[in-house]
Write a protein that binds this ligand. Structure first.
Ligand SMILES: O=C(O)CCC(=O)C(=O)O
Ligand SMILES: [Fe+2]
Length: 379
């Protein structure tokens, strides 16, 4: 069993949580907590306030390894018939061993990436009261705030975020979309379209690499083309004691795949390797990090993995990242691929659920550290 908690922040079994569980209240919301960016800006602390201290988790776990060996996949080579089969083989190993890879030649224009990154940076540079116009409303995770804070004494990540539903269009809550910087909305619309196109292409090749073909492959691509795209923009301020906090705590995404870009060249993302080391994924200008989410781990019947990853922070400078969570259409059940099962001759490791049941199980699950979410879906 995996050691790392999945998907949800530390809560530690206190009274509020126990009560929420009794009441059947789900976790698709977050308590308002102070902005870390404001805390740093106003107080310029020399030491980290107690609520952010994660000595328990971070120090025990702070072995680092070089990034050598992290896979890099070239989408141009996948698209080009003469180089395809070698690159599919590399993609298969990347998804199997890491569940994460750097993608180059991805076809998203530098201009599109830059415009989005500048607008995200511009949003976080606004005065607090301006950002608060997009603040999360009670009972929802969408908007400017924090995710998965469910009790008043819960430890916090060194992070502020804004989380917005982008596609399909009718899922947008435009009242939460910042009007400032003035080009933010245009940039986000364009970026989410770019991410949709890219996700369809990436999923096509991940499907091929896992041995899926014809009708099922078409269905997989179509369902990502019609899928849900949700974007989380993260701001991690510089921290006086970076080794004592965590930017974003270890988790695996519940998406199909996640496409991650970074606004500058500050490292922070780390992925857990097969031999349990946190490996830094250094930013490389213009590339996009792809990590598999738990829907793809289930779809591949466990052949591919949704890796545990986390973000650490540093003393020198803030770091900003943009994570696009790409989900297949809710009409596609979440379960092992019939063609993968047929090709491997293995029994299904996971149950097949409707998309809404999968999401409900995630948000309604018990805050039980011992069992990672994906393991609760095993047969
Ligand atoms: O900031 C990062 O590099 C990681 C972001 C992430 O994992 C997430 O938002 O789910
Ligand atoms: Fe993530």
């Amino acid at each position: 069993m995996r050691k790392v908690r999945r998907g949800i922040s530390d809560g530690g079994g206190n009274r509020e949580e126990a009560k929420m569980e009794e009441d059947g209240v789900n976790l698709n919301w977050s308590l308002p907590v102070p902005s870390v960016q404001e805390l740093v800006r106003q107080q310029r602390p020399d030491v980290v306030p107690p609520r952010y201290l994660r000595d328990d988790m971070v120090l025990a776990d702070h072995r680092r390894e070089s990034s050598q060996g992290l896979p890099c996949i070239d989408l141009g080579k996948l698209m080009d018939p003469p180089s395809r089969s070698t690159e599919l083989h590399n993609l298969h190993s990347a998804c199997h061993q890491w569940g994460l890879f750097r993608l180059v030649n991805h076809g998203v224009s530098d201009e599109g990436l830059r415009m989005m990154q500048e607008n995200v940076q511009g949003f976080f540079e606004l005065p607090y009261h301006e950002k608060q116009k997009s603040a999360q409303r009670p009972g929802s995770l969408e908007g400017y705030g924090h995710a998965f804070v469910t009790s008043h004494d819960q430890k916090l990540g060194w992070n502020d975020m804004i989380f917005l539903k982008c596609l399909p269009n009718h899922e947008r809550n435009l009242d939460l979309w910042p009007q400032n910087p003035p080009e933010f909305r245009i940039a986000l619309e364009k970026y989410s379209e770019d991410m949709r196109k890219l996700a369809v292409a990436v999923v096509n090749y991940i499907g091929m690499a896992s041995g899926i073909h014809e009708g099922e492959l078409d269905l997989l691509m179509k369902s990502f083309g019609e899928g849900k795209f949700e974007i989380r923009m993260n701001y991690y301020p510089a921290c006086p004691e970076p080794e004592r906090v965590i930017g974003l705590e270890p988790h695996a995404d519940i998406s199909g795949i996640t496409l991650l870009t970074e606004c500058a060249d500050m490292p922070g993302l780390q992925v857990l390797s097969n031999d349990d080391c946190w490996v830094t994924v250094p930013p490389v200008h213009g590339s996009i990090i792809v990590n598999l989410g738990q829907i793809m781990e289930i779809y591949s019947n466990g052949t591919y993995k949704a890796p545990d990853h986390r973000a650490v922070v540093n003393k020198e400078k803030e770091r900003l990242s943009i994570a696009t969570f790409c989900y297949p259409s809710p009409s596609l059940p979440v379960g092992p691929s019939p063609q993968v099962l047929a090709a491997t001759g293995l029994p299904p490791l996971y149950q097949t659920l409707s998309h809404s049941e999968y999401m409900q199980r995630f948000f309604n699950r018990k805050l039980d550290d011992a069992v990672p979410f994906i393991d609760t879906l095993k047969m």
